[in-house]
Design a protein around this ligand. Structure first.
Ligand SMILES: [Zn+2]
Length: 218
């Protein structure tokens, strides 16, 4: 299956993508990973991306598109893939359409994870990360540490990342509305979009997504 997963920041997209890809035995292609891999391997695209980023500029779509195409052309993606973070705007969606056409492939589904905006803000702004190890993650409401501000795992100090502050989250949501949401309409016109309510336990959301995919397959 070839799937695109979309959803606002805080919808748990990365987590769902990892579970779904595992369940479906297809590679999880995340934009963040593509950038890291291309930069650490020093590919031409990775080097270009690095130049833009160190100049504090946005990486042009053509670089992201190039990385995604290279990855989709790998043998393990021949029978399917799950895209996470790509396409993130209309230009990228059109480029993906073009690539799939050229290579005689089709998307099977676009899953749109839906979370109320206030919930997104609550989820992200409540996150607290350990200074010793960024994999020690807590939430002031949903998974509070035993002692305020102290990591349960190692006793380290918990802090809120700049990216997780409410104003930053609201700004990221605005960007999502203006740049990424239009791709949902783009794919709706192709009859590919299934909306998945993304509230509730992680496992429940995965189940909803899996049964939606089974319906598209049937
Ligand atoms: Zn810790």
């Amino acid at each position: 299956m070839r799937i695109v997963l979309v959803g606002p920041p805080g919808a748990g997209k990365g987590t769902q993508a990892a579970f779904l890809a595992k369940n479906l035995a297809i590679p999880h292609i995340a934009t963040g990973d593509l950038f890291r891999a291309n930069m650490s391997q020093g590919t031409q695209l990775g080097q270009k991306a690095k130049e833009y980023m160190s100049a504090g500029q946005l990486v042009p779509d053509e670089i992201t598109i190039g990385m995604a195409k290279d990855r989709m052309a790998q043998p393990d993606a021949a029978s399917g893939f799950l895209l996470d973070g790509f396409p993130r705007n209309i230009a990228q969606a059109r480029a993906l359409d073009g690539y799939l056409d050229e290579t005689d492939q089709k998307l099977d589904a676009v899953l749109d994870l839906e979370v109320p905006e206030d919930e997104v803000v609550k989820r992200i702004a409540g996150r607290r990360i350990c200074r010793n190890d960024s994999s020690h993650v807590f939430h002031v409401e949903y998974s509070a540490p035993k002692t305020d501000g102290v990591c349960d795992v190692c006793g380290g100090e918990l802090y809120q990342r700049e990216d997780d502050r409410e104003e930053t989250v609201r700004k990221r949501l605005e960007v999502y509305h203006s740049e990424t949401e239009p791709i949902i309409d783009h794919y709706k016109a192709q009859g590919l979009v299934t909306t998945i309510p993304a509230l509730g336990a992680v496992g429940e959301v995965t189940e909803r997504a899996m049964s939606a995919l089974q319906r598209t397959r049937a």
